[in-house]
Ligand binder design. Structure first.
Ligand code: AMP
Length: 226
């Protein structure tokens, strides 16, 4: 059977926004499909955590918001993300950006200026499911691979299957911060669902299906869009 050409093979410059509440699987799905489909991967949370680890001025201004589960102000996040997008030569998967209407407006302007097209993958799941998933999430300190202690456990406890790096729990994956992050999502980010839906950019999928199913559904949407 003939294989569909991936968006990268067709030479398209597509920006795919992975949208949805914390813990819905944006990062897991995007990192697993990026290499296969020929996209770069940019996560605003990873960029911020990298700034915190390097003790940059941006990192020191952002860390208090992050540890409290609040959004980092737009003026710190938007420039950082758009600067990163400028250098890219192929399509990109964006994880965690935009999260406010201000960020969405800035991104729209950037896409128009650079002749890029947009697809929003809107993943949904309820809060109880997300709280359970986030509290059991573990991440590799070396390569960023994402695990779940029960559903996606590493072969060797505490070590990454890919690089043997140490697995850790993010500071903001503690129960009280998880609840705040979900409240912030519902208050500040969820309104973007209708922003993108009304403009015809978004496709909604359940985020609580088994990973292989979610990957297959997302892959199909991206190949069709490319
Ligand atoms: P994430 O890794 O996407 O869960 O993001 C972790 C934390 O970084 C969030 O709880 C926010 O404090 C901050 N953050 C990440 N992306 C954004 C964004 N687009 N706007 C504001 N804050 C963000």
């Amino acid at each position: 059977m003939e294989r569909n050409a991936s968006p990268a093979e067709k030479g398209s410059r597509l920006v795919v926004v992975f949208f949805g509440p914390p813990g819905v699987g944006k990062g897991t799905v995007a990192t697993r499909l990026a290499g296969e489909l020929g996209f770069d991967f940019v996560s605003s949370g990873d960029l911020l955590r990298d700034n915190v680890a390097r003790k940059t001025e941006l990192g020191s201004r952002a860390s208090g918001f992050m540890n409290a589960g609040k959004l980092v102000p737009d003026e710190l996040v938007t420039g950082m993300v758009l600067e990163r997008l400028k250098g890219l030569e192929r399509g990109v998967f964006l994880d965690g950006f935009p999260r406010t209407s201000g960020q969405a407006e800035e991104l729209s302007g950037f896409l128009a200026d650079h002749g890029l097209s947009l697809l929003v993958i809107d993943l949904e799941a309820d809060d109880g499911f997300l709280e359970e998933r986030l509290s059991a999430r573990r991440i590799c300190r070396e390569c960023g691979a994402i695990y779940h202690l029960r559903n996606l456990p590493p072969a060797k406890p505490g070590r990454c299957d890919k690089c043997d790096g140490e697995l850790y729990r993010r500071d903001d994956d503690r129960p009280e911060v998880i609840r705040e992050r979900l409240a912030v999502y519902h208050g500040q980010s969820a309104p973007l669902k209708s922003y993108y839906r009304e403009r015809g950019f978004s496709r909604t999928l359940p985020g609580d299906t088994p990973l292989a199913e979610t990957l297959a559904a997302v892959r199909k949407l991206i190949v069709e869009a490319g």
